[in-house]
Design a protein around this ligand. Structure first.
Ligand SMILES: C[S@@+](CC[C@H](N)C(=O)[O-])C[C@H]1O[C@@H](n2cnc3c(N)ncnc32)[C@H](O)[C@@H]1O
Length: 300
């Protein structure tokens, strides 16, 4: 498919193997994505002197420039991210993909409930509340939850979690917001609430890649049978950058959800910015998808 402003094919061609079976929205396909973005990205050996030790290996670093031998982040690791204030991923503005695609996300649904997995202190939750929706979040770091309620000036009560799962429930006093402070993977055993819509920004992208199919299983379980999932994801190389965020291949996404959801790619955009440039990635693409439960699988 060529874009309106030129003859670039990018990755949006209907015939592209990588995107077969995925409906492309016209939204923002004019974005100026460099054609050569994925070319010649090959692993490179480095010879780095660090702390007096010579490493002859591929050295990977995280967002903060720390050398990382294992890109996986534990729950304690995330709690520390918040303790150290390393939360540059937090956006002060409401995400444009959410505002643009809200009508599609809620189409045909009566009083839809929203779930924001791995929510941090996302201002999108407040925006959803302001738009009259009931909002649920899940976040392991209490600092993030406290900052959300304080910064948004929402008074709250704290309740214990049922069962044996470690954590708490933060509930808005006057607004319909509930944030489960617990491990996302334990959520099905602490709550029977099922959601109409999922807004997934920096969540699937942050989860350790080895846990992706577990994440998907939990998310599917927490959604109503006709649920919709708006997913903000990234394409980037991990030659020198450990992540998160982690690269998501459209093929991988399709393999993961194909039986249950239809996928519409609603944005594909070169998102390289001053911050991602410091990660030493050679490309950084943002890809957004609207996933809708396939009718035949709704009762599953
Ligand atoms: C990259 S941040 C994104 C936060 C938020 N979605 C946003 O857009 O600002 C990922 C968040 O997931 C939380 N987190 C990571 N693993 C988790 C888990 N297993 N259960 C609950 N929260 C988790 C982290 O504490 C962190 O706040």
């Amino acid at each position: 498919m060529s874009t309106k402003n030129g003859d670039r094919a990018y990755d949006l061609e209907p015939n592209s193997k990588r995107h077969k079976g995925i409906h492309q929205s016209e939204f923002e396909i004019n974005d100026n994505v460099p054609k050569e973005k994925t070319s010649n990205v090959t692993s490179k050996k480095e010879d780095v002197k660090q702390n007096g030790v010579h490493h002859e290996d591929t050295v990977k670093r995280n967002q903060f420039g720390d050398v990382v031998s294992d890109p996986n982040i534990s729950l304690e690791g995330w709690i520390n991210v918040w303790k150290k204030g390393r939360t540059k991923f937090h956006r002060r503005e409401v995400h444009s993909i959410l505002t643009n695609f809200l009508p599609k996300l809620v189409e045909g649904k009566e009083n839809p409930t929203f779930f924001v997995p791995l929510c941090g202190k996302s201002v999108d939750m407040k925006w959803l509340l302001d738009n009259g929706y009931e909002v649920y979040g899940c976040e392991i770091a209490e600092d993030g939850i406290l900052q959300f309620f304080e910064e948004q000036e929402i008074s709250y009560v704290i309740e214990p979690l049922e069962g044996k799962v470690e954590g708490k429930i933060y509930k808005g006093k006057d607004l319909p917001i509930v944030i489960f402070m617990c491990d996302f993977f334990k959520l099905p055993s602490v709550s029977s609430v099922r959601f109409d819509c999922v807004w997934d920004r920096g969540s699937f992208a942050a989860i350790n890649t080895k846990d992706r199919s577990r994440y998907y299983d939990v998310l599917k379980k927490m959604m109503k049978p006709d649920g919709r999932w708006l997913l903000d994801s990234f394409e980037l190389d991990h030659v020198k950058f450990a992540g998160p965020p982690f690269n998501l291949d459209t093929t991988e996404l399709k393999q993961l959800v194909d039986d249950d959801f239809s996928i519409e790619q609603v944005r594909y955009k070169d998102a390289m910015n001053d911050w991602s440039r410091t990660w030493d990635v050679s490309y950084f693409i943002v890809k957004d998808f609207l996933l809708t439960r396939k009718e035949k699988t709704m009762e599953k």
